[in-house]
Design a protein around this ligand. Structure first.
Ligand SMILES: [Mg+2]
Length: 394
């Protein structure tokens, strides 16, 4: 059957929040003191922007079909990812039938494998893949969730990530995940302060609300194990991304050593079926947290998800806004979703990728009806009032 082919792929760079959600202005909780692997250097302890967390900015990928229909996606990657999309990946998409997502993904991945495999290159591949899925949905006039198996529930429920789990509880979320503020270089005093902060938050939210801790790769195995045991008395539900993403062996040991009932989660900086296979087969964690815009896109996430399902593990994507919502709706082993609280004080629900997407749905009372996702593609439009640069136009 005849089908419009792809006429052109375009890559743009956008600044100021959105998909690169670390690219925020001053005074935002996400750039407050948060423990990181760079916390060992006092100069880089107080702000993640001080070591360059926001240098990349947002990558926007547009895929235009011969009939003028345009699919798009946003992810992190900025100018270097725009180069990879325009100068390398576009050749595998332009002139092709956009239904060939498997072949296109395979060619993007293996043609870049000699310098790619993870990180920035896979962010770029993810952006192209998601833009193709958005285009397919627009051409077929179907939401993405309907193209990948259909929704298995009527609404999504969310936990909130941010500095104020107590406010998240008032807003109807099922749990709150707070950032760790102190790293091992700050010694036992930092560990005590971290445990006290969890205890103080537990007192505010009461005994039944889920309370989690995000460690953003900052810890070593010994410190993470001590922190997990010290926080157990405050009913910490999970300890997230405690170690370097490369330390599969450390994660496997941590999972064995945390208190019974506490979950170990990780994977937001992991990519592809092969990376997640390591986490799953080595028994590194209880929940994997692929970011849809970083792990290889939706085409790869479906494979990662099937692998996790066979291992009896949950897939709760990291952030990812609509790219997560359409996926989570369709999977039994994704029973809830993450909401990044992007208001500077984490005191109100604002669209996660604000201001880049128009029509981006937000949870109400911690929930989102699947009916709100019933629009073609990922159901959002790009905010074209923002200043977009196309640095590698061909
Ligand atoms: Mg995290």
């Amino acid at each position: 059957m005849a089908h419009p082919k792809v006429r052109e792929v375009r890559a743009f760079v956008l600044r100021g929040g959105g998909a690169d959600y670390h690219d925020q202005g001053g005074g935002h909780w996400i750039d407050d003191r948060i423990a990181t692997p760079m916390s060992r250097y006092p100069d880089y302890r107080d702000s993640r922007q001080s070591f360059g967390i926001n240098v990349l900015g947002t990558l926007v990928v547009e895929v235009e079909a011969e009939d003028g229909t345009i699919g798009f996606a946003v992810t992190t990657g900025g100018e270097p990812a725009a180069f990879i999309v325009e100068r390398h990946l576009a050749r595998f998409v332009e002139g092709r039938d956009p239904r060939e997502v498997e072949k296109i993904w395979d060619q993007m991945y293996f043609s870049t494998q000699y310098y790619g495999r993870k990180g920035l290159v896979v962010n770029a591949i993810s952006g192209v893949d998601l833009a193709i899925w958005d285009l397919l949905g627009r051409l077929r006039e179907e939401p993405v969730h309907a193209m990948i198996g259909g929704a298995v529930r009527n609404e999504l429920q969310f936990y909130a990530t941010g500095a104020r789990p107590d406010l998240a509880k008032e807003m109807g979320f099922i749990g709150g995940k707070m950032p760790l503020r102190h790293a091992p270089a700050e010694g036992n005093e930092g560990l005590r302060e971290a445990v006290d902060a969890i205890g103080e938050m537990r007192a505010r939210v009461g005994p039944d609300f889920w309370l989690m801790l995000d460690c953003w790769m900052a810890l070593d195995l010994d410190y993470a194990t001590r922190l997990a045991h010290a926080a157990h008395e405050h009913g910490l539900k999970w300890i997230e991304e405690a170690l370097s993403p490369d330390d599969y062996w450390g994660y496997a040991q941590l999972k064995r050593d945390v208190p019974k009932g506490m979950l170990v989660t990780t994977g937001e900086h992991e990519a592809t079926r092969w990376g997640f296979r390591m986490l799953l087969e080595m028994e590194c964690c209880d929940i994997i947290q692929p970011d849809v815009g970083w792990c290889g896109g939706l085409t790869e996430l479906l494979k990662i998800s099937a692998l996790a399902d066979a291992h009896g593990k949950l897939v709760i994507p990291h952030g990812s806004s609509v790219y997560s919502y359409h996926f989570v709706a369709t999977r039994h082993n994704s029973p809830f979703a993450e909401y990044l609280m992007m208001a500077p004080k984490a005191d109100e629900v604002v669209p996660m990728f604000s201001p880049q997407l128009i029509g981006e749905p937000v949870p109400k009372d911690g929930r989102l009806k699947i009916a709100e996702l019933d629009k073609p593609g990922f159901g959002v439009e790009l905010n074209r009032d923002l200043a977009m640069a196309r640095p590698y136009a061909r």
